[in-house]
Structure formats: structure tokens, C-alpha cells
Design a protein around this ligand. Structure first.
Ligand SMILES: *[C@@H]1O[C@H](CO)[C@@H](O)[C@H](O)[C@H]1NC(C)=O
Ligand SMILES: *[C@@H]1O[C@H](CO)[C@@H](O)[C@H](O)[C@H]1NC(C)=O
Ligand SMILES: *[C@@H]1O[C@H](CO)[C@@H](O)[C@H](O)[C@H]1NC(C)=O
Ligand SMILES: *[C@@H]1O[C@H](CO)[C@@H](O)[C@H](O)[C@H]1NC(C)=O
Length: 479
């Protein structure tokens, strides 16, 4: 029974009094009669005062903190007929929440709130230089019986290491240490918190390897260790996180190849490994992560090519970012089978070959970045496609790529790509160039579609016809 319920029963009571004479179905226990445990009340006042400053006199301001004078950020619940605090949020989460003083202290009374289920600090410890503060190392075990949520968010003044006694909080389901000034190695003891569903240690100064026992957190749904200084390779045990929905290890200094055990994460929807130093190519097991909606591996020297994966098996992909990875080879047509794809980033690689016009048939695509590669030949998307995409179709910085001159008149040409004209005259000058071959094949297909059986088109005649069809294209009379 929560505080809000308490208020509801009062409303019912008031309504009953107003309608005198009507028999009342109100709550059995009239909550004014229910007191808050005295020691609990004193501990709450003192704990809060430690964070908001000595000017804050709880007994004056909030004589009945679980009843008529609720404190913003405090929730209560009944145990054996007495009110106890179950949730405490410190910091400006909403306008009239408990704002922290410049100098704060964790008072030991905080740990006497033994029914606490949720403890949150938001933007409370904010001066890393004048008033840095360290998380106390002792007493956390006193909260072990009930604490399910522990969060420190946006506290740049919170420095030092994560106390190893966090490992005693065995009922924790959510541990969030986000955007603080914490440092040291990731606490191994956190690997003992096997009830955890969410573990977010992002945007701190943590360094060293990811502890291998994190792989034992097999109820984990969200693991976010991004924006730290983590190094070393991924422990193979991570494959044990088979309930995981989101894995974000981006912006660290992780190395080594992508472990094949990741394929056990069948429910993973987000895989973000951007901005690390992973290498060793795209492991084939990636294609077994059928639930993936976002795969972001950009800015890693992963290398290899795109051919090894059966992309069509990743039917749920919405975002695929493989930019700046040193990828070589061609872009496989099977990527065009990812019908839910909205974002495809392949920029800054060393991709070669022609671009399949099938990519324009991706029904949801709204950004397609292929710039900074070595793609060749003629772009065969429609003017409508370029018009729709604007600069979200990035094909610039592919020196050997061009678009058909015919598009110039439509006003919808791919940004930063030159018309094929120059290339064609180049071909005329030197028919042996690589690009000439690309156009050649395309034109022989064109001729076949006009009724010339391919075996007829041979030798000199083929060459002659190619020239004729190129002229036709130049005159903007082509298909
Ligand atoms: C709060 O104020 C009361 C008097 O109004 C005083 O007796 C008490 O000591 C004060 N408590 C704190 C913690 O300052
Ligand atoms: C955590 O688990 C390890 C074994 O994995 C054990 O040795 C250690 O005592 C545990 N720590 C705590 C705080 O329970
Ligand atoms: C994956 O998700 C499905 C459906 O939500 C669920 O039934 C299954 O238990 C999950 N698998 C794991 C290993 O958690
Ligand atoms: C691009 O590809 C062409 C051959 O198609 C090759 O001659 C050239 O060296 C490549 N450029 C780069 C920067 O790799």
C-alpha cells in the first residue's frame, strides 16, 4: 500500500463525510491512525539533511513525511502497521524535489532505512574540483535485504572507486552509475549480483578489462559500459548473457576480435561497439543474432569484407552502421533484403565495385551513406530517389563513381557525384580502362534487352554497338 493509496482513502473518507447518512464503503484502516516508526523518521530527516544542508529541518517542515506532509522524492509503505521509507530520490528530478547543498555528506542514518527498495541520486554531487565526494565503502550490506534499485546519475563530483561492498546488494535488479566521475577497475563483485536486469556503468572513468564474471549475470537485459576507458578483449563468458536485449560497449578502447559466442544473445536488439579498436573481421555468428534492430560497429579497424555474412537473416535490422571499419570488397546485394532498414552507414571504408540499384528499393531507408569509398561505375538509382534522400544519400568521395547525364535535366542528381559524361569521353579515349568495362557490361545487357542475343553481339560488333549505345546515352535518349 503506497502513499498515493493513502491519499485516495482520505478522498473517499472526505466524500463519505460530505454525503452524511450514506453508509461508507471506505478503507478499513484509517491511515491517520498509522504512525511512522520513530527511529525511521529520525533517520530519514538526518539522511536527507546530510544531502540538502543543515538549514533543512525535517521535523518542522514535514512532521508526517509518509502522511499529510509528504516529502518530494520519498515514498513509503506499511510494514507490520508502521510506515517505512521504500524509495528515496535526492536531486532536482522535478521542480520541487530535494536539491543538494554544495557540501554534502552520506550520513550513517541513510543505511538505517532498512526497507529501502530504491535509492537514487540525480545531479546531486556536482563540483568535482571544490567538493568531490566518494561513495562510502561501509554499511551497504544493511540495505541488502530490500534494495532493488540503486542509481547515481549525472554526478560529476562523485569520484573514487565503486565500493566492493556493492557486491553484497544481492537483491539489486538495477544498478545505474551513469555520468559520474567514478574511476578504477570495474568492480568484480558486481558480477555476484545475479538478479541484475540492468547494469549501466557508462560515462565514467573506469579502466581495465571487463571482468569475466559479468558473464554470469544471466538475467541481465541491459548492459551499458559505454564511454569509459575499458581495454583488453571481451571475455568469452559474455556469451552467457543470453537474455540480453541491449549491449552497449561503445567509446572504449576494447581490442581483439568479436567473439563468436555473441550468437548466443538471441534476444539482443541493440549491439553498439562503435569507437573501439576491435579487429579480425565480421564474425559469421553475427548473422545469428536474429533479433538485432541496431548494429553499430563503426570506427573500429575490424577489416575484412561484407560477403561472409548472410545479411538477409537479420530481418529486424533498422540501423546498420559499419562506417570507418577498413572494409574491402563489394557491397552484397543481400543487404537490399533488409526491409526494415532505415539507416545504412558504410562510409569511409575501401569498398569497391558497382552499387546495386536494389539498394534504392529498401522501403524504409532514410539515410544511406556510402561516401569515402572506392565505388565505381554508374549510379543507377532514380531521380526520385535522389530527390527524396537529398544529402542523406552520401556517395561523394568515390572518385570513380558517376551518375547518368540524363538526370542533370531533372534537377535530382546525387550530391557531390559527377555526371558520367567525362568518364564516357575518357572511355572513348582509352577503351581498356576499368570503368570502360563496367559500362561495357551494362551496355551489353541493355542490348540484350533490346533483342540482340548476346552471342550475336561479339568481337568488333560488340565494341561498335557499345560505342553507339554510349552515344545514345550521351544524347539523353537512353532508357
Ligand atoms: C528543528 O527545529 C526544532 C524546533 O522547531 C528543533 O527543536 C530541532 O532541534 C531542529 N532540528 C534540527 C535537526 O535542526
Ligand atoms: C562474489 O563471488 C565470488 C565467487 O565468484 C566470491 O568469492 C566472493 O566472496 C563473492 N563476493 C561477495 C561480496 O559476495
Ligand atoms: C527471449 O525472448 C523470448 C520472447 O520474449 C522469451 O520467451 C525468451 O525466454 C527469451 N530468451 C531468453 C534466453 O531470455
Ligand atoms: C580504387 O580502385 C581503382 C581500381 O578500380 C584502383 O586503381 C585505385 O587504386 C583505388 N583507389 C584507392 C584509393 O584504393
Amino acid at each position: 500500500m503506497m502513499k498515493t493509496f493513502n491519499i485516495n482513502s482520505r478522498v473517499i473518507l472526505v466524500l463519505c463525510i460530505m454525503s452524511l447518512g450514506i453508509w461508507c464503503y471506505g478503507e478499513e484502516d484509517y491511515n491517520d491512525a498509522v504512525p511512522m516508526e520513530e527511529g525511521e523518521k529520525t533517520a530519514l530527516y538526518s539522511a536527507i539533511q546530510g544531502f540538502v544542508g543543515n538549514w533543512w529541518n525535517g521535523s518542522d517542515l514535514y512532521p508526517d513525511p509518509c502522511g499529510w506532509t509528504p516529502v518530494q522524492g520519498v515514498s513509503c509503505d506499511l510494514f507490520d502497521g508502521l510506515w517505512y521509507v521504500t524509495a528515496l530520490s535526492i536531486g532536482p528530478i522535478l521542480d520541487n524535489y530535494l536539491d543538494c547543498a554544495p557540501i554534502v555528506e552520506f550520513r550513517p542514518q541513510l543505511f538505517e532505512l532498512k526497507h529501502l527498495k530504491s535509492l537514487t541520486f540525480f545531479s546531486c554531487f556536482v563540483s568535482p574540483h571544490e567538493h568531490p565526494i566518494i561513495i562510502p565503502s561501509k554499511n551497504w550490506e544493511k540495505l541488502a535485504g530490500n534494495l532493488e534499485t540503486l542509481e547515481f546519475r549525472s554526478n560529476p563530483g562523485l569520484i573514487g572507486k565503486v565500493p566492493s561492498s556493492f557486491g553484497s546488494l544481492i537483491r539489486l535488479q538495477s544498478l545505474v552509475l551513469l555520468e559520474n566521475g567514478l574511476t578504477g577497475e570495474l568492480p568484480r563483485n558486481v558480477g555476484n549480483l545475479t538478479k541484475l536486469k540492468r547494469l549501466v556503468l557508462a560515462a565514467n572513468w573506469f579502466y581495465g578489462r571487463i571482468p569475466d564474471n559479468f558473464g554470469g549475470l544471466n538475467e541481465l537485459l541491459i548492459l551499458d559500459l559505454s564511454r569509459n576507458l575499458l581495454s583488453g578483449s571481451l571475455p568469452l563468458t559474455l556469451g552467457g548473457l543470453n537474455s540480453l536485449l541491449k549491449l552497449d560497449l561503445s567509446n572504449n578502447q576494447l581490442v581483439g576480435s568479436l567473439p563468436t559466442v555473441m550468437c548466443y544473445m538471441k534476444n539482443l536488439t541493440l549491439l553498439d561497439l562503435r569507437n573501439n579498436r576491435f579487429s579480425g573481421g565480421l564474425t559469421k555468428s553475427l548473422q545469428e543474432m536474429y533479433s538485432l534492430e541496431e548494429m553499430a560497429l563503426s570506427n573500429n579497424p575490424i577489416g575484412g569484407d561484407l560477403q561472409g555474412l548472410e545479411w538477409h537473416s537479420l530481418q529486424n535490422l533498422v540501423v546498420l552502421d559499419l562506417s570507418n571499419m577498413g572494409l574491402t570488397g563489394e557491397i552484397p546485394e543481400s543487404i537490399a533484403e533488409l526491409k526494415r532498414l532505415r539507416f545504412l552507414g558504410l562510409r569511409g571504408n575501401r569498398l569497391t565495385g558497382n552499387l546495386s540499384p536494389k539498394l534504392a528499393t529498401l522501403p524504409c531507408v532514410s539515410a544511406l551513406y556510402l561516401d569515402g569509398n572506392n565505388l565505381t561505375g554508374e549510379l543507377k538509382f532514380s531521380g526520385w530517389f535522389y530527390g527524396k534522400m537529398g544529402r542523406r544519400f552520401g556517395a561523394w568521395n568515390n572518385p570513380n563513381l558517376c551518375y547518368p547525364v540524363g538526370l542533370m535535366s531533372t534537377g535530382h542528381a546525387p550530391y557531390g557525384v559527377k555526371p558520367c559524361q567525362q568518364e564516357v569521353s575518357l572511355v572513348e579515349a582509352s577503351t581498356n580502362s576499368k570503368l570502360g568495362d563496367g559500362n561495357f557490361n551494362q551496355n551489353s545487357r541493355l542490348m540484350a534487352s533490346l533483342g540482340f542475343p548476346s552471342y550475336v553481339i561479339d568481337g568488333f560488333w560488340r565494341f561498335y554497338l557499345v560505342q553507339v549505345f554510349m552515344m545514345v546515352q550521351l544524347l539523353n535518349l537512353s532508357l
